[in-house]
Design a protein. Structure first.
Ligand code: SF4
Ligand code: SF4
Lengths: 83, 464
């Protein structure tokens, strides 16, 4: 049953964090232009808006994944057998 | 692998240890309805980006320019509130329809279901019906198997890539995109998102399928909170069906003590999530109604009345009356209606113009001559309209105040911002003291309706 568990683990970490990242990106980038962020942080860096959005999205995803992963481990998901 | 787990997995890969589900194809009213829904929804998805409106792609989420075009409407980051309202409307509709009609969304409209259906059509077309597919799974590798499997995977990949391409086409003008694809000139980010979406489609619709619904879907887990005994669900009529068992078509089964279920298992074979609806409502059930159609077919053959499995409510099953109008439905419905009409109203009232006024921070005020003092402001104008316009700025709030901009008629192209310096001049005697409130008014020269106001502070010399 390891595969089923792996799938459940992935399903309950990757996916919720993906959803959260999608919502967070939409809200965040609707209010903030990645171009302004770039100018204020790394003005020397050549980054298009598309690159900004993509990096932002993956940052949100990574943060969400971290939280989901911890929740999964702490709530015993790693040990419980799924049926 | 745990000890004693000596069963050989038929499926190789990380997605599941369970045997692959090969749902039996059924025909019936609900399956036809679902196919119709699939065709309409996919038609919209694949077709929409190709429609042009007013010389530009009708639906385009132009992220690089930070503008969303939806037919005649253009949204800016300033219109964020509409996005928030849209999300609330979407959530409320989900509550509303779930309370009313159960998991209609899952069976008929969820992208997961819709694309899975499409991928299954390909599977059926290349590998045959359920029995043939089961046989093919067990068969040793042969030219025939290779050809069938191979063509299925090729078609899947092509379709997934095209789906990814269409997805990116909502963000980059799709006609330009197809030119870049054809000339291998796709930008890195577009390539990335195309492949990302294609991969997700391919994996979810080709392999994960019902497991997305079972393991990954949050909606499946909290749906029970939205159900009540009056919600429409798919249910097996236990009272009528039991005791189940095989029998000949010609006997009077009632007289022999049988229920209507002949235990043919067709409902189980038809189920894309592999459950037995006769065990009661389970969260795995996506309400696709395949079991209804399968069982109705059986009932017809047996000359029993249809509807042993049917759309019904818990109340109806217990011979209580079902009510459609109930507080929950009314509250959701009224809220939805109010939000939607409010949005439509405010959309029609939208002024396609925005203005921002910033006072010059370096000097409080300047003496123009002995009689007049001046404050200087930077005015940013955003023309949200689809055509270029001229605007004039006027000011109000202090007697005899006048504003000078250069040029007097400020021209701003469609969808552009422009910045002008505005000097407000006020007679010295009227301007004494700091912090007078003045109001700027920006009006389009050709349409007085298009106007915006904004307040600012005016500072004069100290009182004498
Ligand atoms: S399809 Fe109908 S008759 Fe056949 S097993 Fe299912 S419920 Fe019973
Ligand atoms: S139990 Fe019936 S309605 Fe539910 S998923 Fe299976 S076939 Fe579809």
């Amino acid at each position: 049953m390891t595969k089923e568990r792996l799938l459940q683990c992935l399903g309950s970490t990757l996916w919720p964090s993906f959803l959260a990242a999608a919502v967070a990106s939409v809200v965040f980038f609707a209010a903030i232009d990645p171009e302004t962020l770039r100018v204020q942080t790394f003005p020397g860096l050549e980054l298009s808006r598309m690159a900004g959005y993509t990096i932002g999205f993956f940052m949100f995803w990574a943060v969400g994944l971290f939280a989901s992963g911890l929740t999964y481990v702490l709530s015993g998901g790693g040990n419980r057998r799924h049926e | 692998m745990s000890k004693g787990d000596d069963k050989v997995d038929l499926d190789v890969g990380m997605y599941a240890a369970r045997e692959k589900i090969h749902p039996r194809e059924v025909d019936g009213t609900f399956q036809r309805l679902r196919h119709l829904a699939v065709i309409v929804l996919l038609g919209i998805y694949y077709g929409l980006p190709w429609i042009t409106w007013d010389g530009r792609q009708a639906v385009l989420f132009d992220l690089p320019a930070r503008q969303f075009h939806i037919f005649a409407l253009t949204f800016w980051p300033q219109d964020f509130v509409y996005l928030a309202v849209l999300l609330i409307i979407a959530a409320l509709s989900l509550f509303f329809f779930t309370a009313l009609a159960g998991r209609m969304w899952c069976g008929y409209a969820c992208p997961q279901t819709v694309w899975t259906e499409l991928f299954m059509w390909i599977e059926r077309w290349t590998e045959g019906k359920r029995q043939q597919r089961l046989k093919l799974d067990k068969a040793p590798w042969s030219i025939n198997k290779l050809l069938r499997r191979g063509s299925k995977h090729v078609l899947w990949v092509v379709l997934a890539l095209y789906t990814g391409f269409t997805f990116v086409g909502y963000f980059t003008p799709i006609r330009e995109l197809s030119v870049s694809v054809a000339s291998f000139g796709l930008g890195p980010w577009e390539t990335f998102w195309l492949l990302f979406y294609a991969f997700a489609t391919w994996g979810n619709a080709g392999f994960l399928r019902e497991q997305v619904c079972i393991y990954m879907c949050p909606y499946a887990r909290f749906q029970s909170a939205m159900f009540d005994p009056n919600s429409l669900i798919i249910s097996y009529d236990e009272k009528r069906g039991e005791p189940r068992g095989g029998r000949s078509r010609n006997i009077d089964h009632r007289a022999q003590g049988w229920g209507d279920c002949i235990d043919c298992n067709l409902c189980v074979q038809a189920c894309p999530t592999g459950i037995d609806i006769r065990k009661g409502l389970q969260y795995e059930c996506i309400a696709c109604a395949a079991c209804i159609d399968a069982c109705n077919g059986v009932m017809d053959k047996m000359n029993y009345p249809r509807g042993l499995i049917r759309y019904t409510t818990d109340n109806a099953m217990e011979d209580k009356p079902s009510r459609i109008l109930r507080p929950r439905i009314l509250v959701y419905g009224v809220l939805l209606l109010a939000l939607m009409s409010g949005t439509v109203y405010s959309l029609t009232q939208r002024t396609p113009l925005a203005m921002e006024v910033l006072a010059d921070r370096n000097v409080l005020y300047r003496d123009v001559d002995f009689e007049t003092v001046e404050n200087v402001y930077t005015v940013r104008i955003l023309n949200k309209d689809r055509e270029a316009r001229d605007y004039v700025l006027t000011v109000d709030g202090l007697p005899d105040a006048e504003v000078v901009t250069r040029p007097e008629h400020i021209r701003v192209d469609a969808g552009r911002t422009s910045q002008v310096t505005a000097s407000v001049r006020v007679p010295r005697d009227e301007a004494r003291g700091t912090g007078h409130t003045i109001e700027f008014r920006l009006t389009a020269t050709d349409e007085a309706d298009i106007a915006r106001t904004s307040t600012a502070r005016f500072h004069g010399p100290r009182e004498e």
